[in-house]
Design a binder for this molecule. Structure first.
Ligand SMILES: [Zn+2]
Length: 286
């Protein structure tokens, strides 16, 4: 598109984003911005002259940053005394003597399915990240209301999806926490689990921890193990001891499906004592 000049009846002045077109260019530092059709803005970097043909030289052409097109302003041509005629397939510029000075072939540029949008590349993503993944709707609203100094006009776009945000907002139905104790006396139900292996072995060479918690009193026992399968011995000794200490019967133990708990030794032990071995669900959907 940088080699084609487009007759634009809507733009207020000639403009281009390509420096190579200027036969003379005066770089200026103004605060002047060109507002595009999508409310985006381009800074005017300079003003100069562009020769479109041997007979037509455009004056006062704005050099606009980030503008991807070359636009000839019809109104500016008229102001300079030219006549602009639109015909089927062509646009002709005539000088005061009605001599043809420039002819723009419209068919080569703008077919019916073509829609040109003078726009600097949308920096909505940049501002989205700068403002900490603010929602796109809010971002566009903020920019349209001019509430943040320095925030350019941002255009609302469909189908903007931030995948990290989408993943972060995914929720899974959670279990309702059970706040009250479901057991009625100490030693009725024991929870147990193992932790490890630790990154570093203890001084006495232990890698694993077995934790047993009494459901009613939340009293806990902690055992350190070299191997996971030592868990059975600790649980067996604890259960037998508690049975002697307590007047009320132990009813059940509860563990996960780990191999240190789900094995024949545990199975036989529980059966002999009439204990129920409860397992947590084998698979919890995330
Ligand atoms: Zn995000």
């Amino acid at each position: 598109m940088e080699d084609v000049w487009i007759m634009d009846s809507g733009c207020s002045r000639h403009m281009t984003g390509h420096r190579k077109w200027f036969s003379s260019l005066n770089l200026i530092s103004t605060k002047e911005y060109i507002t595009f059709g999508d409310n985006g803005q381009g800074k005017v970097m300079g003003v100069g002259s562009v020769s479109l043909s041997a007979k037509l030289s455009l004056r006062e052409v704005a050099f606009v940053r980030n503008l991807g097109f070359n636009l000839v302003s019809v109104s500016q041509l008229l102001d300079e005394g030219f006549e602009v005629r639109f015909k089927k397939g062509a646009c002709c510029v005539l000088d005061a003597e009605e001599a043809l000075v420039f002819r723009d072939d419209l068919t080569s540029v703008s077919g019916p399915e073509r829609c040109l949008f003078a726009s600097p590349s949308a920096d909505i993503w940049k501002w989205y990240r700068r403002l900490g993944h603010l929602s796109f709707d809010l971002l566009v609203r903020l920019s349209s209301m001019g509430l943040i100094r320095g925030l350019p006009k941002l255009r609302a776009e469909n189908d903007l999806v931030c995948h990290p945000c989408r993943h972060g907002k995914m929720v899974a139905a959670s279990h309702i926490p059970v706040s009250q104790v479901m057991t009625s006396y100490p030693g009725e139900l024991l929870h147990m689990d193992t932790v490890g292996p630790a990154r570093v072995a203890s001084v006495s060479g232990k890698w694993y921890v077995l934790i047993v918690v009494d459901d009613f009193s939340r009293f806990s026992w902690v055992f350190f193990m070299e191997f996971k399968d030592e868990a059975f011995g600790f649980v067996r000794d604890l259960v037998l001891r508690l049975r002697n200490e307590s007047h009320k019967a132990m009813r059940a133990i509860r563990s996960d499906n780990g191999g240190e708990f789900k094995n024949s030794r545990f199975e036989n032990f529980c059966r002999d004592l009439g204990l129920e071995h409860q397992f947590s669900s084998p698979y919890t959907p995330p």
